[in-house]
Design a protein around this ligand. Structure first.
Ligand code: ZN
Length: 469
């Protein structure tokens, strides 16, 4: 879309949001759902029919609490704020974004109040993304994780950083895209029902089960951008492409929650895509794709380069170990802004202090500081960040369950075979769509509640040679 189309697109989206919302709160729908409830009670809990009635009823009850006027205002505001942010961030112009930030906070509080009473003002916003989670439960989860991650980061970064010069030569765009294409095809992304295109900020979008598109961005001086964003978005897409086709067109026909979705992008991007075995298979292909550039780079050097750990400023470029610390900072600041204990004008200062304490580096400007993420500048404030860390935690938990069921998966990955892993995820997780609440889904798939043990074991095993005993 040309930049001139943004204003009208914002108005169109607001109109469509209002219309869709009005239909979703039609009282006839409510009456039909009431009539269906006794029927659902006669069916098995995990049947498609009972699940459809249960989830549709829950969606309806949430939707009727929110006035159409709020939905339209929030949508129009999101588009306007995003356009302003696109210019303000490169210009390091926090002052321009301050009124937008305030408005986003006000809208977040207004939204939360439709669900009053709540324990914490962020609870309804968190529940929207990760049903069943609250500010308190996320804080507990993050505190436990932080206690283990901080010494891990200290220990790893005390040693000399991995040499990642091999990732920063010149890598032509068409060769990079061809390589990305063959990698995501190999892991199971179906190009009969999808495509890969270029964009500024990579994303995955589902138009239907038969059309799940992904995007990437190519930096010719950095091999990792296109490669790992393609794997990340392909992970989201594998999930959407594998939801049971009979659920298509119903409220169940997509992923279970934002955190569950992020677990799949992270599983394919990091747990699989940054594993040693994955590159035992793909490294020779990479060497052939960029003739001469990796001749004198050993696989081990490349593997360490793509897993380099360092304290850095930008969340989206952070490594697996420090990444969650970036999220924890955002989550805390977001809660404080919604509570009213942090004034928006004080955000840049709070950001710098928080970066120092959470990550151990401080940005010199707001562009690489509090302006860096689109989340606070493209809609209502709240519930936007916790899902990334929930996703990381679940990525390792789901993967561990897959390995337990099929111990050969790591050897298969090293041979370029992804069918067993993909099929296990499809049968146990992807097919279910939105039938179950995230907590129910995690218990059904892994036999346990969500917990940080598999994730911490995964990181400890991966960085064993860099973590002092
Ligand atoms: Zn994602």
């Amino acid at each position: 879309m040309p930049i001139g189309g943004a204003g009208a697109r914002g108005r169109q989206r607001a109109a469509l949001s209002r219309l869709a919302h009005e239909k979703s709160v039609d009282s006839t729908l409510g009456k039909l759902l009431d009539e269906l409830e006794p029927y659902a009670a006669t069916l098995p809990y995990d049947s498609n029919e009972a699940s459809l009635i249960r989830v549709a009823k829950r969606d309806f009850e949430r939707a009727i609490k929110v006035p159409s006027d709020h939905v339209a205002r929030a949508s129009a505001f999101g588009a306007e704020s995003y356009e302003a942010w696109k210019r303000a961030r490169p210009a390091n112009d926090f002052a321009t974004m301050l009124p937008f930030l305030q408005r986003g906070i006000d809208l977040g509080r207004e939204y939360a109040d439709f669900f009053a009473p709540y324990h914490h003002v962020a609870d309804p916003l968190i529940d929207d993304a990760d049903e069943g989670m609250t500010a308190a439960s996320v804080r507990r989860l993050f505190a436990a994780l932080r206690a283990d991650l901080v010494p891990m980061v200290d220990s790893i970064t005390e040693q000399s950083a991995a040499d990642d010069r091999c990732l920063h030569g010149y890598f032509g765009e068409s060769a990079q895209l061809a390589f990305c294409l063959s990698v995501i095809k190999r892991i199971g992304y179906d190009f009969q029902r999808g495509r890969l295109d270029k964009t500024v900020h990579p994303f995955c979008t589902r138009l239907s089960a038969g059309d799940v598109r992904i995007t990437t961005r190519v930096f010719e001086n950095d091999l990792t951008q296109a490669l790992f964003s393609s794997l990340h978005e392909a992970g989201h897409a594998l999930y959407e492409q594998s939801v049971d086709p009979v659920l298509e067109g119903t409220p169940l026909g997509r992923g279970a929650s934002v955190g569950a979705h992020e677990s799949q992008s992270r599983l394919w991007e990091n747990v699989v895509g940054r594993s040693r075995g994955f590159w035992e298979y793909f490294y020779p292909l990479l060497q052939r794709t960029f003739p001469g550039q990796f001749d004198r780079v050993r696989l081990d050097t490349f593997y360490r380069a793509i897993n380099k750990v360092e304290r850095s400023l930008i969340r989206t470029e952070a490594d697996e170990v420090t990444y969650n610390l970036h999220i924890m900072l955002r989550f805390e600041l977001e809660l404080k802004m919604l509570e009213g204990t942090l004034r928006p004008k004080d955000l840049p200062e709070a950001w710098r202090a928080g970066m120092d304490s959470y990550v151990g580096v401080v940005p010199s400007d707001d562009r690489d500081g509090c302006l860096q993420d689109v989340h606070w500048f493209s809609g209502i404030m709240g519930g936007g960040f916790q899902s990334y860390t929930i996703g990381n935690i679940l990525s390792a938990q789901f993967y561990a369950a897959a390995i337990k069921a099929n111990p050969n998966i790591p050897q298969e990955i090293a041979a370029g075979e992804f069918g067993t892993l993909h099929a296990w995820l499809r049968e146990n997780l992807y097919r279910q769509g939105r039938k179950f609440k995230p907590s129910e889904l995690v218990r059904r798939v892994t036999g346990e509640q969500m917990n940080t043990d598999p994730y911490l074991s995964y990181l400890r095993a991966k960085y064993a040679d860099r973590i002092q005993a």
